[in-house]
Design a protein around this ligand. Sequence first.
Ligand code: CP
Length: 321
Amino acid sequence: MHPGSPLVSFRHRHLLGIDGLSAEEITYLLDLAERHVEPNRQGDKKRSVLRGRTIINLFFENSTRTRTSFELAGKRLGGDVINMSTSVSSIKKGETLIDTAVTLNAMHPDVLVVRHPESGAVQLLSEKVDCAVINAGDGSHEHPTQALLDALTIRRNKGRIAGLLVAICGDILHSRVARSNIQLLNTMGARVRLVAPKTLLPAQVERLGVEVFHDMRKGLEGVDIVMMLRLQTERMHGSFVPSIREYFHFFGLDRDKLAAAKPNALIMHPGPMNRGVEIDSEVADDIDRSVIRQQVEMGVAVRMACLEALTRDLPSNGPLP
Ligand code: CP
C-alpha cells in the first residue's frame, strides 16, 4: 500500500498547476479523492460538504470530460454549480477576460473553474478575484486536475507511483497534460520518458527531468505506463507531421509497438482520442490493459477532492443581517 499524506489541510488558495505542489500535498489530494470513489458508485451520491457554496464553470474552450466532471463533482458535494457558456455570454459583445472575472466575482462565487486557450490566463484571472480558482487547462501550460486523476488511476492499479517508468507519447509540444504529468510524476518519484518526433517536442526538453526518445519501440521498452496524447491541431500553426498516415505508422500505439512495454503495462489517454491517429482501437479498447474509462471515473473523484480541499478553510456563512 502507498503511504498516506501527513497533511490535514491544503494550504493553497488556488489550484493553478502541479508546479509548486509538494509530494505530501499531491498525496493529500489523492487520499481525499480516494474517499469519493466508492460513494460515487452508489445510488445516493449526494453529500453536503459544499452546501451553500457556489461554483462557476467558466470555459473559454471546448470540453466534455473536465466540464461535466466538475459539474458532477460540485453537485454531488451539495454545491450550486453554474455553467457559463462563453458562446452566449457578454464575451461575445467584447467584454474582456478580466472584466468577465470581476463581474462574476461581484456575485460572490466560492470557486471559479476556468479553462482558457492562452497559457497564463487562469493565473491572471486568479489575481483579480476573491474566490478560489481552479485551472481546468490553460493553453499548453498546465491541466493539474488531469495529472491528479491520472495519478489516482495509476496508484489504484499499480499500488504506487514512485519507481514506475512512464512513457508519455505524442504531441508533447502543445500538451498541458504532458507538462502537468511530468511535474507530478517527477515529484512523486516516477521516471518519465517522452516519445515524440523532434517537431513535437519543446526546446530544451531535457531540462524537464525526462529521457527523450524518437523511436516508439525503444521508448516503450520495459515501461509500466504508456500515456498517449492526441495531436493538438487547434494549437498548431503550420505542419508538424508529414501526414496522419505516416504519423500513425511511426508514433501511433498499436499491438506491435505495445509489445515493447512490460506485459502488464497500462494504456492511458486523457481524451479526447483520435482513433487511428495516435492510438489504434484494438489497444484503446483492450479491457485488460486500457484504463482510459477509469481515468474518466477518477476525474469526478479528483475534482470533488479539489473543490473540497479549496473550500474547507473558507469562512462559513454568517447569519443574514
Ligand atoms: N482530458 C480533457 O481535458 O478532456 P476534455 O477536453 O473533454 O475536458
